[in-house]
Write a protein that binds this ligand. Structure first.
Ligand code: TZP
Ligand code: MG
Length: 205
């Protein structure tokens, strides 16, 4: 598998992001052509415990059926029950070297928002990087400051061999800027979850 190709159109979503049935939204996004999916059940209104696991199972089966990469956000206890392809973490989550020991065969993604995080992270332990927030976003309540597409250029220059996706405020209108700056893919929440026509939004991305 060429990971950078599989990260091209990367939907991140939890039930809290969905104005309607999350299963329908994922089905439509898959139909539109997403290549990767991250189950991120987090923040106000998100599910916990058994309900979180059960929704994850449904998402997982859809992704398996249609050959979409399935990544879980942060929660390492979900990786094995959901037979995820990998896990994505932020700077305040489980350390990536520890994760690599726990999950030698899984993909590990790490978010990088600034120079300090870039220089302080064990990049050799991860399979791909998420850089952002590229643009302002209101989806994540505690999102850091928008860093612009210059940040994509910077991370790619320092680690040209590591697959890279942009995150934060990416829309059908600005996605091309992120790719032109050197990202292998775009990861989005609201550009897909809030779209009136989900398959069309994915196609445009
Ligand atoms: N991490 C940094 S910004 C963000 C996450 C999860 C939210 C992205 O949401 P949107 O709607 O694509 O701006
Ligand atoms: Mg986190």
């Amino acid at each position: 598998m060429d990971l950078s190709k599989k990260l091209r159109k990367y939907l991140i979503m939890g039930s809290q992001n969905c104005p309607r049935d999350p299963i329908e939204i994922l089905k439509e996004a898959i139909y539109g052509g997403i290549t990767a999916f991250q189950y991120r059940e987090k923040g106000p209104g998100s599910l916990e415990g058994e309900a979180k696991l059960e929704l994850g199972k449904k998402f997982r089966e859809l992704c398996r059926k249609y050959n979409v990469l399935f990544i879980v956000n942060d929660d390492s206890a979900l990786v094995e029950p959901l037979d995820a392809d990998g896990i994505h973490v932020g700077q305040d989550d489980v350390d990536v070297e520890e994760l690599r020991t726990l999950f030698p065969e899984k993909l590990i993604g790490l978010s990088i928002s600034n120079e300090e995080e870039l220089l302080g992270s064990s990049i050799e332990a991860v399979d791909y990087l998420g850089a952002g927030p590229v643009f302002d976003t209101s989806t994540k309540v505690d999102a850091k400051e928008a860093v612009g597409v210059g940040w994509i250029e910077r991370v790619k220059r320092l680690h040209p061999e590591v697959p890279l996706v942009g995150i934060g405020g990416i829309t059908v209108e600005n996605a091309s800027e992120v790719i032109e700056a050197g990202a292998d893919g775009v990861s989005v929440i609201s550009a897909i979850t809030d779209a009136e026509d989900v398959p069309k939004a994915v196609e445009k991305l």
